[in-house]
Write a protein that binds this ligand. Structure first.
Ligand SMILES: CC(C)(COP(=O)(O)OP(=O)(O)OC[C@H]1O[C@@H](n2cnc3c(N)ncnc32)[C@H](O)[C@@H]1OP(=O)(O)O)[C@@H](O)C(=O)NCCC(=O)NCCS
Length: 399
């Protein structure tokens, strides 16, 4: 027999005042560092990047400008923005080796698994992959955020047996992504919605994927490992993949008339969660959801058909969530509830939505890596040991 180790012997787990064991399951409300990148006020539906409100950025900015803002902490002058956008455009092409890799990857894997592999391989091909200086990480960030949409579009076309469409340097980041996906210049309203979606998904403080990136970087590992890890974390349905799961949920519901039955059968009984609802930080409506929702409404009216059906199902389901979960338990719809309908209107296949999110979020991950390693300390939490120690080792023949 061993013995159970007492809380007093694990003094680092005890609250200094009450003497009780403190476990921060899920690291809720634990601040791991100071930051000047992003502020979320989850009680008043507010989100700021470098002090600028998300509403202001979604209305007035572009993804290129927002990337600059997030990375450098200030809005660029016209000249700085031109140079920066030019840099991003120059970085869009992907090496031939990566195109060959995309052709070899099994076609039935999830796009996030493909992205993880392709980003890792891009890292292998970068001679400056171990350079963790500020300039080195910014260079790699621009390299990745410019190439990730190309990887996604090429993958989509390769797996569908279509010719790839090379990037067009005359188009901005969002227009070019839609152009590479579909092979034609996108409608302006769709390109602008894609641009805004990249802005909305660009950054979101110390969430699970950003934390993963920072944990990896804090060991003084390399930039590509940090981003590959973050892609892995984002892929979970509780995080970035929720935008894919929300669409599957709308498909399962099938029509607005079925919402009531579905809600009773699955949500009221606790058999399922509403995908695209609830948030660790937002205890009111997610401000990004409001912007995505407005685009979804506009596109439902404009394009009708399945876009409209998705919108009507989501609209009805949201009523239930807001009345029954938000009012009583602060579980409100979030951005992933609505973003998929916007992407659907753009003709993007549902399984790619989380990858599109990752392509945008890479800038936020990178900014956190840069900020954290500037005054680095290895991230190393503890666990409260709840097992036995000093157990007698019994030889295998006597067990
Ligand atoms: C985002 C999320 C993971 C946050 O998790 P969290 O802060 O750890 O909250 P918990 O998982 O502890 O949930 C707290 C309670 O709310 C309930 N809840 C949370 N999200 C819910 C949802 N979407 N639908 C129904 N109930 C939900 C949980 O069942 C739990 O209930 P209980 O206390 O009766 O057990 C969670 O809200 C969720 O799973 N949402 C769906 C996935 C999603 O949209 N993710 C994208 C986030 S941007």
């Amino acid at each position: 027999m061993g013995r159970k180790i007492s809380p007093e012997e694990q003094s680092w787990c005890l609250d200094k005042v009450t003497g009780k064991v403190v476990i921060s399951k899920g690291l809720e409300n634990i601040c791991i560092d100071k930051s000047t990148i992003c502020y979320i006020d989850g009680f008043h539906s507010k989100l700021y990047y470098r002090g600028y409100s998300i509403e202001d950025l979604a209305k007035n900015s572009t993804y290129e400008e927002t990337v600059y803002l997030i990375l450098y902490g200030k809005l660029p002058t016209r000249r700085e923005l031109n140079d920066f956008s030019g840099w991003m455009r120059e970085e869009r092409d992907i090496p031939r080796e990566v195109i060959e890799l995309l052709a070899k990857i099994p076609r039935d894997i999830e796009p996030m698994e493909m992205l993880r592999t392709a980003v890792s391989y891009l890292g292998n091909l970068d001679p400056g992959r171990h350079d963790m200086s500020l300039e080195g990480v910014i260079r790699k960030t621009i390299r990745l955020i410019s190439k990730m949409p190309t990887i996604i579009a090429y993958w989509y076309r390769i797996r569908d047996g279509k010719e790839i469409v090379c990037p067009d340097p005359r188009l901005n980041h969002a227009e070019n992504f839609l152009y590479m996906m579909h092979g034609g210049k996108p409608e302006q309203i769709l390109a602008r919605a894609m641009d805004v979606s990249f802005i909305l998904y660009a950054e979101h403080e110390m969430n699970a994927s950003a934390f993963t990136a920072v944990v990896i970087a804090s060991t003084l590992s390399d930039y590509y490992s940090a981003i590959v890890g973050a892609i892995g974390a984002l892929r979970g349905p509780l995080h970035g993949y929720a935008n894919v799961e929300a669409m599957k949920q709308f498909d399962e519901i099938g029509s607005p008339e079925n919402v009531d039955k579905w809600y009773r059968e699955y949500i009221l009984t606790g058999r399922k969660r509403v995908m695209g609802a609830g948030h660790r930080v937002y205890k009111t409506y997610d401000p990004r959801a409001k912007i995505f929702r407005e685009y979804a409404r506009e596109f439902a009216e404009r394009y009708g058909g399945k876009v409209k059906t998705y919108y009507q199902i989501a609209d009805r389901l949201e009523e239930y969530v807001m009345k029954q979960l938000c009012e009583t338990r602060n579980i409100c719809t979030n951005c992933d509830f609505w973003s998929g309908i916007v992407y659907y209107a753009m003709g993007i296949p549902v399984d790619l939505y989380c990858a599109v999110f990752a392509a945008a979020r890479t800038v936020g991950w990178s900014a956190h890596v840069i900020e954290y390693v500037t005054e680095n300390r290895i991230l190393r939490p503890r666990l409260y040991y709840d097992g036995e120690i000093d157990r007698e080792y019994i030889p295998i023949e006597n067990r």
